[in-house]
Design a protein. Structure first.
Length: 184
């Protein structure tokens, strides 16, 4: 659980501007062959065989289904490097934003840009649906559906928030119908 005294300006800036996918590549946790899937760097010493985490948005967060927890970049860096969140944020900023002028500009840009995000519950619902299909259909079809889910998530951001849950349920229903057809 995050303590409020761990949240400093550096933590907020690092969480906003350091790209999660680049950081995960740098520490040896690149995308798996299924789009958006990565090995969780926090549990099992980051050495799990099967990816249990999913990356949501380039700068957003990582959700690990084994830990059942959502992580920000400073939380992952803190865990991997064995330092506090503040120290991890300072180190991240030194790597990605080397000069003070660049940090100030990055903060200005980060605060001006608000990326639309899906409700985490909808993301988790889509991911669980896809995981249920993994056991019932051929791997190639599963990969194609994983790509379709990624495309759908991007499309979902264009739909007004009040209609997103209906759109998710409709999409899952269509996948269920296709799954029944594929398993026959």
């Amino acid at each position: 659980m995050t303590r409020f005294n761990e949240i400093t300006a550096e933590v907020i800036i690092a969480d906003k501007i350091v790209p999660m996918d680049e950081f995960l590549n740098r520490i040896g946790h690149p995308y798996h062959d299924i789009p958006g899937s990565v090995r969780c760097p926090v549990h099992a010493g980051g050495m799990e065989n099967t990816p249990s985490a999913r990356l949501y948005g380039k700068h957003d967060s990582l959700f690990c289904y084994a830990c059942n927890k959502q992580y920000r970049i400073t939380e992952i860096a803190s865990s991997v490097w064995g330092v506090s969140r503040h120290e991890a944020a300072v180190k991240l900023l030194e790597i990605w934003v080397p000069t003070e002028d660049q940090r100030q500009e990055a903060l200005r840009q980060a605060s001006a840009f608000k990326k639309p995000t899906l409700d985490v519950l909808l993301q988790v619902r889509l991911e669980r649906c896809l995981r249920n299909f993994k056991r019932r259909i051929p791997l190639e079809l599963y990969r194609r559906w994983a790509e379709a889910v990624n495309d759908f998530e991007e499309h979902l951001l264009d739909i007004p928030k009040e209609y997103q849950p209906m759109a998710v349920e409709s999409f899952i229903d269509r996948l269920n119908v296709e799954c029944r057809g594929a398993s026959k």
